[in-house]
Write a protein of this length. Structure first.
Length: 181
């Protein structure tokens, strides 16, 4: 399985003060013509409208060699069509939304002149990080969007190692990654 690590913050010290969020991206099929790469960036401040020039960029991920079958929930993780992006946050970033942008570029570094206006898919995670915890979410990108598309992942949709399959929040509204009320 391809792995890409984006460190959006320097680790302060030890697991108790930071958190790791893994975003599984199911990539769209490679279109006919020149190869296209998915280039991922993530941050907790500034939203989508601020400049992304200073945000770390992952190496480009080749798109899926074939169309995906079935719905996102039914798909088995296919290493040729998916990537896991690990994002580390420090204590000051734990309660902020996470903004992820996936650009579809001709160059693996998204540096070709045509990539300045590359199509992109945006993912906003309401709450991705919980102190000392490892969390996960999944996004299926079935196509390259003609204009920016947005997936919103609510905090109760962020998987924790505990919880049920239908919700990752308790009846009192707290997330399984945080202490109950």
């Amino acid at each position: 399985m391809r792995r890409c690590v984006l460190c959006i913050a320097l680790l302060v010290s030890g697991c108790a003060r930071n958190a790791i969020f893994e975003l599984e991206l199911s990539l769209p099929a490679q279109p006919a013509g020149a190869p296209i790469y998915a280039v991922v960036q993530a941050r907790v401040d500034g939203g989508f409208e601020a400049s992304w020039d200073d945000v770390a960029t992952s190496p480009g991920l080749p798109l899926c060699p074939r169309p995906s079958e079935g719905t996102c929930e039914d798909r088995v993780l296919d290493p040729a069509c998916a990537s896991i992006v690990s994002i580390v946050a420090d204590e000051s970033e734990l309660e902020r939304p996470l903004y992820v942008r996936v650009r579809f570029c001709e160059d693996p570094a998204c540096a070709a002149p045509s990539d300045a206006s590359a199509p992109e898919h945006r993912v906003e995670v309401e709450r991705a990080f919980y102190r000392g915890r490892y969390t996960q979410a999944r996004v299926c990108l079935d196509e390259i969007p003609p204009e920016p598309a947005l997936d919103l992942i609510e905090r109760c949709d962020v998987r924790c190692r505990e919880g049920s399959a239908t919700s990752h929040c308790r009846l009192d509204g707290t997330h399984f990654c945080e202490p109950p009320n």
